[in-house]
Design a protein around this ligand. Structure first.
Ligand code: FAD
Ligand code: SIN
Length: 485
């Protein structure tokens, strides 16, 4: 009998987590199908700047990295997960080197010079391993795209959005329902499904993420009652360049000496974090920037005291981007705003990246592994993507039993119309009432508005792509606001 399955593994999302898992599984001989909402090149991973936290320096150790991670997590990180992830990163980096990824300063797994590593906030040592320059994500992803797109065991379907997961009558995951940008809806079945859909920072109007980060994977898993944790912990990055579309000014700039000054030209972190100053943890710096914008009208990142040539060469990608907007970082103050940056919570996973649902793995930002707590240590996210991707690959390769296949029925509602402004309006409401300034009253009002919007949306899937996308955004916004109350 012909197999009902379309591939050995279905991977939803083409960021670092999805592609690393895909390549690893394909190298092991499995047939992999990657579905991704936009082009394969669109993901938060491709926007990453600093790099990957790896304890490689002579004055560093996994123990120090673990201690820094736990400190930033403020009691909410899980020590067993922190140990597991940080001890797994060095071998994972060695494996990625064999795939041709060009880590700066790393030869045969050995660091050539410590100043190849970047410094970021709340790290007690230089620890940020970079790929190809200051836009590490783009270089890392370019290598992964090239490898994945050329691998004979990997097929990639772009412009294809997950609407919901397919299950059998035992609530075991057997595939997904997808819609392409031409509104076609179809099911794909697989004995192993990996969610790698990233976070939900783009439910806010101010976000460093691409628009695709709307929490689709979390919404799909929540519908099946998967265990989900800590959605209330959203990380705000303090320094996005305050010009639309927002562009991140990496923490690595502050790691190399950039300062923060308020609208009166006064350095203010002395008041909020007298010891760590601009390199205090993200939560502290973001709240300080928010307050100073309120008090003095603006906040700027100041690199003018650093040697111009250093700024232009060490941060070539960031420098050039700002130049294209008419801002010379070596001469001008850069206006900044905090912005939603990273989803700490997500779908709970164990060390094998298995969720609470049979046959469903979750990796990268969509997952909650316990590595991060109330806040996340900079550059620990790509670390988590890499380690969870390899863990899922190992787990799937070792999988013995196939789940029972059953045809999954789709329920469709009649199409209804949607104003193109709806999504943007909701994002602005989230930013105004559920980011820095939130009260129980503002959150309850917002929740009531979200429920009202939800009541006008179709109960089932719509034949209209935009309606389905908006509905997922509404459901994610509701889950987030509920997590705050
Ligand atoms: P993503 O890279 O976000 O990929 C998610 C994928 O899922 C995308 O391809 C998306 O299109 C797809 N998708 C979403 N919904 C659907 C759907 N319904 N159907 C199909 N596909 C879907 N972390 C670090 O450790 N170091 C850094 O230096 C760093 N810098 C950063 C800079 C910026 C500007 C940003 C935004 C983040 C940064 N981060 C950094 C965080 C880190 O980049 C992300 O956490 C990480 O890349 C997430 O990877 P991922 O593979 O889990 O998800
Ligand atoms: C940055 O470069 O500031 C972002 C790093 C991160 O989010 O880990």
């Amino acid at each position: 009998m012909e197999s009902p399955y379309h591939s050995d593994v279905l991977i939803i999302g083409s960021g670092a987590a999805g592609l690393i898992a895909g390549i690893s599984l394909a190298k092991a001989g499995l047939q992999v199908l990657v579905l991704t909402k936009d082009a394969v090149t669109e993901s938060s991973s491709a926007y990453a700047q600093g790099g990957i936290a790896v304890p490689l320096a002579l004055n560093d150790s996994p123990e120090k990295h673990i201690a820094d991670t736990l400190k930033v997590g403020q009691g909410f990180a899980k020590p067993s997960a922190v140990n597991f992830y940080i001890n797994a990163i060095k071998p994972a980096i060695q494996e990625l080197s064999t795939w041709g990824i060009d880590f700066i300063g790393l030869e045969n797994g050995k660091l050539q010079a410590e100043n190849c590593l970047g410094q970021e906030a709340a790290h007690s040592a230089r620890r940020i391993l970079r790929v190809g320059g200051d836009l590490s994500g783009r270089s890392l992803m370019k290598s992964l795209w090239e490898t994945a797109c050329r691998h004979p065991n990997i097929s990639i379907s772009q412009g294809t959005s997950l609407l919901e997961l397919c299950t059998n009558s035992s609530n075991e995951v057997i595939g997904g329902v997808f819609q392409d940008i031409n509104h076609n809806i179809f099911q794909l079945y697989s004995p192993a499904v990996i969610l790698a859909t990233g976070g939900f920072s783009s439910i806010f109007s101010k976000s460093t993420n691409p628009y695709t980060s709307l929490g689709d994977g979390i919404v799909a898993a929540d519908k099946l009652k998967a265990k989900i944790e800590n959605l209330n912990f959203v990380q705000f990055h303090p320094t996005a360049l305050d010009k639309q579309p927002l562009f991140l000014l990496s923490e690595a700039l502050r790691g190399e000496g950039a300062l923060l000054v308020n609208g009166h030209g006064v350095r203010f972190m002395t008041k909020y974090a007298p010891e760590d100053l601009e390199l205090a943890s993200r939560a502290v710096v973001s709240a300080a920037v928010w307050q100073e914008i309120k008090n003095t009208g603006a906040v700027y990142l100041d690199l003018r005291h650093l040697p111009g040539n250093f700024v232009k060469t060490r941060f070539a990608g960031i420098y050039e981007h700002c130049r294209s907007l008419g801002l010379d970082l070596a001469i001008d103050l850069a206006p900044i705003t905090p912005a939603a940056h990273y989803t700490i919570g997500g779908i709970s996973i164990n060390h094998e990246a298995q969720t609470s649902l049979k046959n469903l793995w979750a990796i990268g930002e969509v997952a909650h592994s316990g590595l991060h707590g109330a806040d996340r240590l900079a550059s620990n996210s790509l670390l988590e993507c890499i380690v969870s991707a390899f863990a899922a690959s190992q787990s799937i390769q070792g999988q013995k039993q196939k789940v029972k296949f059953e045809e999954y029925k789709i329920s469709l509602s009649p199409a209804n119309n949607l104003s193109s402004q709806s999504g943007q309006n909701l994002k602005t409401k989230l930013w105004n009432s559920a980011s820095f300034e939130k009260t129980e009253k503002s959150l309850n009002n917002l929740l009531a508005e979200i429920k009202q919007i939800k009541s006008q949306l179709p109960a089932n899937l719509s034949s209209n792509f935009e309606v389905n996308e908006f509905k997922k955004q509404v459901l994610m916004s509701e889950l987030f606001v509920l997590s705050l109350l």
